[in-house]
Ligand binder design. Structure first.
Ligand code: SF4
Length: 409
């Protein structure tokens, strides 16, 4: 019996990260072009990279969605048609949009499939039906919707639903926030969010006096009370599947290659396990959770997936929890006959170190770097980020595998 399984949708902040996400198991990736998206600081794709990315994803049976989810000012429409016709010509699978004017424009000028961005904060059946009548085929629900809400919207509005399963949260109704405009002159609704909600703020005595629990507010006089923990939905993955949520989205276009690879691998393995067995075992759940703790993250929360988020979702601590591992780089070439692998370096390492390879499938394994050489075969004592170096060949390592190092505790 074939089982309904959701699509795993991963972030692709660059062409390299797209390749990583696809090879580690994403069914689809979302990315931004040079304009119209909400991640000004992501590397974003040139037209040539877009084509290369779409071709690569399609060769590996993955889809590519392009985000056009900023709220448009009138002048933004000047170059929109040309861009839309281009992405349609290279066979992008869908666009992710929030502005109703842009949705109408896309329907008038192209046959592109339209997904409603989470920025539009769709949370109910009536809103979903309205968006459907405008040509939307899928809604990316606001993070405030529960899995139960999503299942009802899908059934009663008759369109696909996509939900966030992992990643950073926004304390506002996804992005409808202007703190960054005031504090940094950057517009969250045009890709400029400066994560102002993560900063430390102080409560004035006046506001504390008005609070219900004065003692608690006093304790939080200087605090990060607007900063949210990160979403982690692995423990309720069975509920997403049983509720037939069409797509599970991972946040994080600006996060690292190691993040893109680890999250794609963990959720892929979990989904595949369920597809084959129809349930999860607590042992494999613990292993997946432990892998998700190896990447840099804030404390995790299930936020509103089951019941509305409350103050247990506030990340009232100063620093990110350190990832247990550092990204060392990615393998660019494997030469068994010459006994070396070419590694693109992300962080410094030395000859003699024990590193860990994250395979596309299966358990991570250690390798000892007995030598490090330049591409012209000069022995190196240490490495520089951004360079290519040769390290010893190991059986089982593949091109684009990620290499990491366990941090000393
Ligand atoms: S500053 Fe925080 S609340 Fe505002 S848009 Fe950015 S992430 Fe959301």
């Amino acid at each position: 019996m074939s089982r309904f399984m959701p699509e795993l949708l991963a972030p692709a902040g660059s062409l390299d990260k797209l390749i990583v996400a696809v090879l580690y198991g994403a069914d689809a990736v979302y990315l931004g072009g040079q304009k119209f998206g909400l991640r000004q600081a992501a590397e974003n794709f040139t037209r040539e990279e877009l084509k290369e990315g779409v071709d690569f994803a399609h060769q590996h049976n993955s889809k590519v969605f392009v985000v056009l989810n900023s709220y448009f000012h009138q002048k933004d429409f000047d170059s929109l048609k040309d861009f839309l016709l281009y992405i349609e010509s290279i066979k992008v699978d869908a666009v992710i949009v929030s502005d109703p004017g842009v949705i109408q424009f896309i329907s008038e000028h192209t046959n592109l499939e339209i997904h409603l961005s989470t920025q539009a904060s769709c949370l109910n059946v009536r809103a979903a039906k309205l968006w459907k009548s405008l040509g939307v085929t899928r809604v990316v629900l606001g993070r405030e919707a529960s899995i139960e809400d999503a299942a009802r919207i899908k059934k009663e509005a008759g369109l696909e639903v996509e939900m966030f399963v992992h990643g950073s949260m926004c304390m506002a109704y996804s992005g409808h926030c202007v703190i960054s405009n005031y504090t940094q002159g950057r517009d969250s609704n045009r890709g400029g969010c400066a994560h102002s909600c993560r900063f430390e703020y102080s409560l004035s005595k006046d506001s504390a006096d008005k609070g219900k629990d004065k003692e608690d507010l006093e304790k939080r006089k200087h605090s990060f009370f607007m900063s949210s923990k990160d979403l982690e939905g692995i423990r309720v993955l069975d509920k997403f599947i049983e509720s037939e949520i069409d797509s599970l989205k991972v946040e994080g276009r600006m996060k690292s290659h190691l993040y893109a690879g680890t999250i794609s691998k963990v959720y892929r393995e979990a989904l595949d396990y369920y597809e084959e067995n129809g349930h999860f075992l607590s042992d494999n759940m613990s292993n997946w959770e432990s892998e998700l703790r190896k990447i840099t993250h804030r404390a995790y929360t299930e936020a509103s997936l089951i019941s509305p988020a409350d103050d247990s979702s506030i990340y009232d601590e100063r620093e990110h929890e350190d990832g247990l591992y550092t990204s060392i780089g990615s393998i660019r070439e494997v030469s068994k006959s010459h006994g070396f692998m070419l590694l693109e370096v992300k962080s410094y390492f030395h000859p003699g170190e024990i590193l860990e390879v994250l395979p596309f499938k299966g358990v991570p394994f250690e390798i000892e770097v007995t030598f490090v050489k330049s591409v012209s075969d000069k022995n190196l004592e240490k490495t520089k980020p951004g360079t290519l170096v040769k390290i010893p060949y190991y059986e089982g390592v593949e091109r684009f595998n990620l290499v990491r190092r366990r941090n000393l505790q």
